[in-house]
Ligand binder design. Structure first.
Ligand SMILES: [Zn+2]
Length: 486
């Protein structure tokens, strides 16, 4: 009997190994071979243009009153003067006073337009960590082969890079078949409700349906994807949703010499702690599965084995992600208590305590799911729970099996040879979500090569754009516009 059982177990194990190996060996590469194109000569004036753009302190503040409209006016006039051909041919239109929409009419009205977007505003240069900049943050200094300053990466590189490319194309005598819109919002860093949202509204009123849209988001990573030596261009095909909930407790206050067994602070602290200890379940959402399928076949054997056999090993893959906070953000709806308020004096019991908990929501989870999760986890009727501030659902997932995605991949490989491409999930929010009703294909990708140190500079100190990287960026936008017209 035992021998029979052992034989059976042995056979089952063998069958399992065969299946695992079969799937690993037939895990086919999705990386199309593309011939690189020769880079065009780009005038070094482009460095001065980005540097000058950085000098405009177009800072977004949470309160709309904080917006310095004169600085935005300055930048807009600078753009119009610096790119005279683009200005005269694409007629930039003001949307809601400070956002810009350029239109390059295509010859073929049957082709759906493409939209390239960027944002002109930046976050303040002072960071919470108090770290100091090596150069004044709005100096736009060009030193050590880079353009320094707030906005040089996020996101004036897009605005200036796109305008440089269009100006070059006009000089080359190019005329598009497909209509091209350039849309530059002025308040992305505070949600885009006055900029991108209004531009999108305008386009909807004009009945515009676009083939695709390209916005900031992910980059070409260098030395970041484990197990891969090549650079990997990550193309955001979805972004996480956003919601904050206020949790509050009201009770009788009084003298601290005679406290009740439980006080608002204690009750609320327990609720927040329960939420931290019991986050929403982790899983591999569709964009992450797509990422694994594009990258897996290029990886060393054991990674490949795990990625090709997610039907059995998905928990192992998820556990690998969960080793870091950044990885965890990719596989679950995250829970982040960000504000806690209560009490006024050390000998007075507060009658009220409130906390804000911010959730970044995985595609497939809805804001109502988060609310249900909070109520179930806190499980205390004394804690009131309500949605607070602005929120957005995780949007739809853009297509990857379509000509638009292929054109994007091709343009990347033509300008950045030996680069792998992969769909991916953006864990932050971008302006692109406002355009969801205009196109099913929202892609979030900035054509710049970035290592771990560069990513820290975005919204951090010492933001800078390397000069060769910026040239590549301009070449990429030019190539993308050309390819989209074939
Ligand atoms: Zn940005």
């Amino acid at each position: 009997m035992i021998v029979k059982l052992l034989k059976f177990a042995g056979l089952a194990l063998l069958a399992l190994v065969v299946v695992l190996m079969e799937r690993t060996m037939t895990y086919r590469s999705k990386q199309e071979k593309v011939k690189p194109v020769a880079h065009i000569r780009v005038s070094t004036d482009c460095f001065t243009h980005l540097s000058e753009a950085v000098k405009f302190r177009t800072i977004s503040y949470e309160e709309p009153k904080g917006c310095d409209t004169l600085v935005f006016e300055g930048l807009i006039h600078y753009l119009q003067a610096t790119y005279p051909l683009t200005t005269s041919l694409l007629h930039p239109q003001r949307i809601n006073k400070l956002s810009l929409l350029y239109t390059w009419k295509g010859r073929n009205p049957d082709l759906k337009p493409m939209i390239l977007i960027g944002h002109m505003d930046v976050v303040p240069a002072v960071t919470d960590s108090g770290e100091q900049w090596e150069v004044p943050p709005y100096s736009g200094l060009i030193k050590d082969g880079a353009i320094w300053g707030r906005g040089s990466l996020d996101d004036k590189i897009n605005v200036i890079g796109i305008l440089e490319a269009v100006e070059i194309l006009i000089k080359e005598g190019f005329t598009p078949e497909r209509t091209l819109y350039l849309a530059f919002g002025h308040d992305e860093e505070v949600g885009g409700r006055n900029g991108a949202s209004k531009i999108a509204e305008y386009l909807v009123n004009q009945h515009v349906k676009a083939a695709f849209l390209l916005d900031e988001g992910l980059v070409i990573t260098s030395g970041i994807v484990p197990g891969i030596e090549q650079n990997v261009a990550l193309i955001g095909v979805a972004e996480k949703g956003y919601a904050s909930f206020e949790l509050s407790v009201t009770a009788e206050g009084g003298h601290s010499s005679m406290p009740a067994k439980e006080t608002p602070i204690g009750i609320l602290a327990a609720a927040v702690s329960a939420l931290e200890k019991h986050p929403m379940p982790s899983r591999l959402s569709v964009p992450v599965q797509q990422f694994l399928d594009y990258i897996g076949p290029e990886m060393p054997f054991f990674y490949k084995l795990a990625f090709a056999n997610r039907w059995l090993l998905s928990r192992l893959v998820i556990a690998t992600y969960e080793k870091s906070n950044a990885g965890t953000a990719i596989v679950r709806t995250t829970t982040a208590p960000t504000i806690f308020r209560s009490g006024t004096k050390d000998n007075v019991l507060p009658g009220y305590a409130s906390a804000i908990v911010n959730f970044r929501i995985l595609p497939g989870d809805a804001i109502t799911d988060v609310q249900t999760h909070i109520l179930k986890t806190v499980n205390d009727s004394r804690v009131k729970v309500q949605l607070s501030g602005h929120f957005s659902e995780a949007g739809e997932i853009s297509h990857v099996d379509c000509p638009e995605f292929l054109v994007l991949e091709k343009s990347i490989r033509q300008i950045f040879p030996n680069t792998l491409t992969a769909p991916s999930l953006v864990i932050a929010g971008t302006d692109s979500r406002h355009y969801a009703s205009i196109t099913d294909n929202l892609y979030r990708f900035v054509p710049l090569i970035a290592g771990p140190d560069d990513l820290k500079r975005i919204h951090g100190v010492n933001e800078k754009m390397s000069c060769p990287n910026f040239i590549n960026c301009i070449c990429f936008f030019r190539q993308l516009i050309l390819n989209s017209n074939k």
